[in-house]
Design a protein around this ligand. Sequence first.
Ligand SMILES: Nc1ncnc2c1ncn2[C@@H]1O[C@H](COP(=O)(O)OP(=O)(O)O)[C@@H](O)[C@H]1O
Ligand SMILES: [Mg+2]
Length: 454
Amino acid sequence: MTLKRSPLLTFLLAAVLLVGTLVSVSGLVATRFFQQAILERESQLVNELASSLLAEPAEGEAPLTAGFLDKQLHHLLALDDILRINVFSAEKYLLWSSESDIIGRRARNDAPLGRALSGEVVPVTQPFQRASHRDWNPKADVMEVYVPIRSAGDSQPLGAMGIYRDAGQINQTLTRGAMLIWGSAGLVGVLLIAIITTLHGMLLHRHRAALASLGSLDEKHRRIVQLEKMSALGKMVGEVAHQVNSPLVGVVNKAQLAARRLDDPERIRGYLRDIEAAGKHCAEFVKRLLDLSRVSRFEKESVDLKRVVQEAVQLVSQGSGLGGVIALALPAHEARVDADPVLLRHALFNLLRNATAASPADESVTVSLFFSATQHCWCIDVEDQGPGVPESLREQIFQPFFTTSRDGNGLGLAVASTVATLHGGTLEVMDGDEGGALFRLAIEASPTAVGPRS
Ligand SMILES: Nc1ncnc2c1ncn2[C@@H]1O[C@H](COP(=O)(O)OP(=O)(O)O)[C@@H](O)[C@H]1O
Ligand SMILES: [Mg+2]
């Protein structure tokens, strides 16, 4: 069976492990340091005491004679916690001892004694664990301190003294100190874990709150898009219904009138002409709607843009008889792109028809085709001499069914802009040099095109 751990549990385990290690290491170091400090202080006290007693023999007295040592050290031995005192010569022979039967023995291989003879103060906490002390086993906790013995002015020790003390009190201090250190380290550890866990909890909470608010934003956005789609659809259906309904109402009215005037063929002919006109209007509107749906068929091929522009101009001229005032500015070099020529021609046709409609009859519309190296695209500018497009309308005019003209349907720019997008480009409106409107249809150049060949 595998145990599944929650992220919080894993985090807690890691935190406890990390903090535990940290606390243990710092506790150990602090305890060691504390023990060392206490032992050093105790040893120095013993050292000072020994130097004051042994350093200055009376005038003419040898420093380490039995008589001098007896006289000086019995004060020390009178102290409660001093258990035994040994005085060694520089050659490690026992010159004097509180246990008189061992005087004259040579110390066994004893490193702390060696260090004291070379001038160090050496505390030994567990002296009875050493082979040299197996013959004496007092019940109490014992600590031994070796101190060098120097005569005044002499730097080299004459000998060394080993003092055995009852270590009960020192050990108590050490135990209390260690308990205090470990207690505080544990407390700090628990506090640290609590702080880390709280911080982690807070972060987790914020993260979840951020995720939740992102989720609700997403949901809001989805609803707004859906609403927009529905309202666009509603607008479109309303527009279609309106465009078809008005002529249909006319048709029904005229048909009813005609039925009442069966005796008047002239009137009936008039009504029939109106009915025919309304039918044609409907047919024209449906044809334009079909144009719009045609945009969804998109087939690319290698296209000569100069030709597409010329064909679109021709189409507009045939329709409006305005061909004479459309001025063309085409590049001398080849302008070839991968595009759908039918859609491009249709988009350009829409722009040209708007431009010729906006321009006064005697002013010309200019169409220029050029390559923009900075944007790596082909641009077709259609500039007219009309009133231009006011700033406030510059976004709306691209929306389907937006029109300011009485017999417009508001689809021309919507279609042209979709065609631009299909070709990886844009359709923008700006001010022309001569105050009219300038529509720029930009389409993506093929990736390999590094610019027109001249
Ligand atoms: N060259 C132009 N100059 C000024 N206004 C223009 C020009 N072209 C388009 N417009 C504005 O944009 C609107 C939408 O154009 P379009 O989508 O072609 O629909 P429509 O031509 O049926 O009105 C026009 O009604 C007109 O207000
Ligand atoms: Mg138009």
